[in-house]
Design a protein around this ligand. Structure first.
Ligand code: BES
Ligand code: ZN
Length: 483
């Protein structure tokens, strides 16, 4: 099958002169019959030729989001007419978008793991999967242009493939994606990339005093762990401070004794999306040309109820020494991040630290599912990330941490509390970040709240319902630019 991009008011470019002319005639016929116009995202399937005409609109107005949406839609059309190979024509106008196109086709190709279905349903999932994507370049392009575009296409496919793996991990239910599953995953990534793996288990966490991570874990039959992957690039500059990325890894968020009600608890396997994204990133680090070491950290545990589970009113001493009153057990993400972040800063003294977490329902209310919230103490870093988001269609929008929000996170009995009481309906995303800020100190830091875009019921054209791997591509682009 072949995707043929068509711009408004531009002659189509499929191949030979004769082919181009034939297509031009067909497009005129289709336009007259009002069957197809090349508006952005419009699709016409030519059954006999196994070709998809893909409208891309006005060439002057194309952007990453529109291109990804269009190519995502075209890929899904191809999947409806099962095909093993999908070729994509890349014209000169599309050259700057080659990587995004490859990401979009690959992301749209995602099929939820067939492992959970049996019989015909499992077969169908496997059959719809497109095995190969092939870029086809116009003859008019120079050799250099083609070489670069080929590389970009390949890179886009690799990123898409990893994003799809991340989706599998995020979608995986807690009886499959167990803490042991993440041990194995981290081991595999360590082996593949040469990153040094350290997993801190219960005894070490106790010794270090990571009591908030341990408190959240108390209701779970499986121990918590802190997974650390230290990646040193081939031509690392040893003098440079490393970069640190920390992802929230709550395998299932029941809410604890502040139990989540029906309508809120069902998809809480998604609460490990931050950890899955940083693991996906770890896999791709060798593809980058970084000079700095990168430290990937993920605190992993479930938050359940039971006779040992932590309760509202408990006071816990954090790794950093500050004490926290538990005012809401459902604010568990900030608790495990507090210990993980403070430890990472102590141990690795990073140049900057980015954490990514499905932290608050409030962020979802504030920004809807097309934006992740971005907060922190370093404007320049946040702006760089936001720009990378615009370039990858993983959009970020800034939210404030006012000092009054920090005030609200002070405890009555202890130094801090993990949730505001009284005005808890307001500025929830900001207060979550205000809590984490207490554990960051002077290290430049950005917090990305992906509660909303990590998982979707209203997928974009290149997404599916469920996990989106949101965060992987924006972080990757951001790191690429540090090269
Ligand atoms: N895992 C949730 C956040 C979340 C909500 C993610 C919806 C995805 C979709 C988080 O642990 C949580 O429950 N946060 C609380 C914080 C509150 C208790 C301070 C929230 O948002 O209500
Ligand atoms: Zn929670």
């Amino acid at each position: 099958m072949l995707i043929i991009p068509v711009f408004e008011k531009l002659p189509p470019q499929v191949g030979t002169k004769a082919q181009n002319l034939a297509l031009k005639a067909l497009l005129r016929k289709l336009a007259n019959a009002k069957e197809f116009e090349p508006k952005e995202g419009r699709i016409f399937y030519l059954y006999e030729k196994k070709q998809i005409l893909l409208g891309l609109g006005n060439v002057k107005k194309i952007n990453v989001a529109g291109i990804m949406s269009a190519f995502g839609a075209a890929t899904k059309t191809a999947k409806n007419h099962p095909t093993q190979k999908l070729s994509v024509i890349i014209t000169e106008e599309l050259l700057p978008f080659t990587q995004s196109i490859a990401e979009a086709v690959s992301l749209a190709n995602y099929q939820p793991s067939a492992a959970y279905k049996t019989g015909k349903a499992a077969e169908k999932l496997k059959k719809e999967f497109i095995a190969e994507f092939i870029p086809i370049f116009n003859k008019s392009l120079s050799r250099e242009q083609v070489e670069t575009a080929k590389k970009n296409f390949q890179r886009g496919l690799e990123i898409g493939k990893t994003a799809n793996e991340v989706k599998d991990w995020v979608n995986a239910p807690p009886n499959f994606a167990t803490p042991q599953f993440f041990d194995e995953l981290a081991k595999k990534i360590g082996k593949e990339t040469g990153a040094k793996l350290t997993i801190l288990y219960k005894k070490e966490l106790q010794k270090l005093g990571m009591n908030t991570l341990l408190a959240v874990n108390r209701g779970s039959p499986d121990d918590a762990r802190l997974v650390i992957l230290e990646y040193t690039p081939k031509n690392a500059d040893k003098k440079l401070a490393p970069l640190a990325l920390v992802g929230k890894g709550i395998i299932f968020d029941s809410g604890g004794y502040n139990l989540k009600p029906r309508g809120h608890i069902e998809d809480m396997q998604l609460d490990k999306a931050g950890a899955c994204v940083v693991f996906g990133l770890a896999k791709l680090l060798p593809k980058l040309n970084l000079k700095q070491r990168v430290i990937i950290v993920a605190p992993i545990t479930e938050s359940l109820i039971g006779k040992n589970a932590f309760k509202p009113s408990e006071i816990i001493k954090t790794y950093a020494g500050k004490t926290v009153e538990i005012t809401n057990t459902d604010g568990e993400g900030r608790l495990i991040l507090a210990d993980a972040i403070a430890y990472t800063i102590d141990e690795f003294k990073p140049k900057f630290l980015i954490d990514i977490a499905t932290l608050t329902g409030a962020c979802m209310v504030a920004l809807g599912d097309r934006y992740a919230g971005i907060l922190g103490n370093d404007k320049e870093l946040a702006e760089k990330l936001q720009k990378a988001g615009d370039e990858t269609d993983e959009l970020l929008w800034p939210l404030p941490i006012h000092k009054d929000f920090s005030e609200k996170m002070k405890g009555v009995y202890a130094d801090l509390r993990n949730a505001d009481l009284g005005s808890e309906r307001f500025a929830g995303a900001s207060k979550g970040a205000a809590f984490i800020k207490e554990f960051v100190g002077k290290t430049p830091w950005v917090h990305i709240d992906i509660a909303s875009p990590a998982f979707t019921t209203d997928p974009k054209k290149y997404e599916q319902k469920g996990a989106t791997a949101f965060g992987l591509r924006v972080l990757l682009r951001f790191l690429e630019k540090l090269e």
